[in-house]
Design a protein around this ligand. Structure first.
Ligand code: NAP
Length: 508
């Protein structure tokens, strides 16, 4: 269950937002009374409430903004209990001072704003303070902190909400209820992100379907660093929702040194599948997991599937996705790679995305050449594939039928860059850019202007995500959905239209 936090300075706005949150589907509200400019009118709040409410007056050292005296704060907390608030939030050091009275439930809380607390000791000491709910929040420093928090929630004998704050901790916020947390917090108003990493009600409700997460929810995600701007959570969660699957897909920010531990402990969050992105695509292959043929050849994987027995299997959906996108542009059957036989393809770049594309096309019978800024990487890829190496300085003189940009040139914010100039482009050629932000890169605009066929990185992104979805679920995602979502996300005007559509759906 989602608990929407309402933090307003004006009393009237607080009351209005309480109504609005309930109308939007909130089932529990935390009222951050420390934000009010004047003394809270507790009786008026209770008269107005339509769902259970939590009274919270957070001090600065615990992440709040209360600036009155401690005596006044405790007086207000006692009044909230006496008047019959559904819950009152009491920090460990004041819990003993505010006695239990009537039906008001006690959330006994501890917040550590700069690091993770020692969870075992912390939970034990809070459990001595007559709690109905224990709440522990700490600032996460790594992805594996989520696993510790979720295990603590699962083992707890008193209902426990455990939160890893900050950008490493999104999983704990979404998955708490799967492991037994009675609710999880989110900010009703996007302007009031009162704790690091706190998500908005809309994000939690629409993207992660936080109100529906339960013990049976299957967990998937994407791991990488950075990860904040990944579009994978949007496309996979939306497909899960459309197909009414009890599954959720989360971003895990996993730094390089944490990778081994993260993979070892994945089962603590019952993760069933992961998309893998920069910088882990090659590193995971060296960890001895079984993988498909392309993974073995390219030495890079972008997908991990965990089977019912906990065994991991690696896949690479980048190569097939690039081929399917090209085949569509060529007017061929996207599953028939024979159409590449004898075609001259120039691959620009030799990194994580170039490798599987080069191997896949070579295997399909294309005559592949590789050029890269750093010659040694291109030479080593060409050698491994068994294809031609072209010097980076000679790339514009090589008139291939298909040119694929697998470099970062042209990627946002460097949108004025292109790996080749228009003078090297011909009408009969096909130009494919794996860069997808922006959708129409300078490389593609120049090629289109020349009258050539183009393939966007969005086509490939959607195709590789669709293939991952099939690996994760065994079924196809809704046709065209993932591509549409990415295009909307990357085009501000279309994104506004989608948000308006969602808001309208909300009002019905
Ligand atoms: P990577 O492993 O870091 O490789 C980066 C490549 O770009 C290398 O070949 C690098 O050359 C080259 N490069 C970087 N800056 C350059 C410059 N200023 N001039 C010339 N070459 C330069 O990254 P990756 O994972 O392969 O990703 C490459 C691109 O593919 C990114 O733009 C990414 O957005 C895109 N991508 C798209 C999809 C999709 O589904 N559409 C999926 C994955 C990635 P050096 O070896 O000389 O450094």
């Amino acid at each position: 269950m989602l608990c929407a936090i309402i933090a307003r300075q004006r009393h009237e706005t607080l009351l209005e937002e309480m109504d609005e949150a309930v109308a939007r589907g909130a089932k529990l509200l935390e009222l951050r009374l420390d934000f009010l400019r004047h003394e809270p009118r507790l009786g008026e709040i209770l008269k107005r409430k339509k769902v259970p409410v939590i009274a919270t007056l957070r001090r600065k050292e615990d992440g709040g903004i209360w600036n009155g005296t401690e005596e006044k704060r405790q007086q207000l907390l006692r009044a909230a209990v006496a008047l019959g608030f559904d819950y009152v939030d009491l920090e460990a050091d004041v819990a003993a001072e505010i006695p239990r009275f009537g039906p008001t439930k006690r959330i006994v809380s501890h917040h550590e704003m700069t690091e993770m607390p020692h969870l075992g000791e912390c939970w034990q000491s809070l459990s001595q303070l007559d709690p109905d709910v224990i709440k522990i929040a700490g600032l996460a420093g790594k992805a594996t902190d989520n696993f510790k928090m979720l295990r603590m929630i699962a083992k707890a004998e008193v209902p426990t909400v455990g939160i890893c704050m900050g950008e490493f901790g999104i999983a704990s916020r979404v998955l708490g209820p799967k492991f037994g947390a009675p609710f999880t917090y989110c900010a009703f108003n996007p302007e009031r992100i009162v704790a690091p990493g706190l998500m908005t009600f809309d994000q939690m409700n629409e993207l992660y379907r936080g109100n529906e997460v339960n013990a049976k929810t299957e967990v998937f995600g994407v791991m990488g660093d950075p990860i904040a701007h990944s579009m994978s959570p949007l496309v996979h969660n939306t497909a899960f929702r459309e197909l009414r699957m009890n599954r959720v897909y989360l971003p895990f920010r996993v730094t390089e040194h944490v990778l081994p531990k993260f993979l070892d402990k994945l089962s603590h969050a019952e993760v069933r599948g992961l998309s893998v992105t920069i910088p882990h695509k090659e590193a995971i292959v060296s960890r001895g997991m079984a993988g498909d043929e392309l993974v073995a050849m390219a030495g890079a994987a972008n997908t991990i599937h965990v089977d019912d027995h906990g065994a991991y299997r690696l896949y690479n959906t980048d190569g097939p996705a690039a081929m399917a996108s090209l085949l569509r542009a060529m007017g061929e059957d996207p599953s028939d790679s024979k159409a590449f036989a004898g075609r001259d393809v120039l691959i620009l770049g030799a990194g994580g995305v170039a490798r599987p594309i080069a191997f896949s096309l070579h295997q399909a019978g294309a005559i592949v050449s590789v050029a890269n800024r750093s010659a040694d990487r291109a030479q080593s890829l060409a050698h491994a594939v068994g294809c031609k190496f072209i010097d980076w300085g000679m790339r514009e003189s090589h008139l291939a039928e298909i040119v694929i940009n697998c470099t970062k040139l042209g990627m946002h914010p460097d949108v004025d860059e292109t790996p080749i100039q228009q003078s090297a482009m011909r009408e009969k050629m096909i130009f494919f850019d794996t860069v997808y932000n922006p959708i129409m890169t300078k490389f593609l605009l120049l090629a289109k202007d020349r009258g050539a066929k183009i393939v966007t990185g969005v086509e490939m992104f959607a195709a590789q995500a669709e293939a991952q979805f099939r690996i994760f679920t065994g079924v196809d995602p809704p046709a065209g959905l993932m591509k549409q979502l990415v295009e909307e996300e990357l085009s501000p005007a279309r994104k506004m239209l989608r948000e308006a559509r969602l808001a309208k759906k909300d009002q019905v």
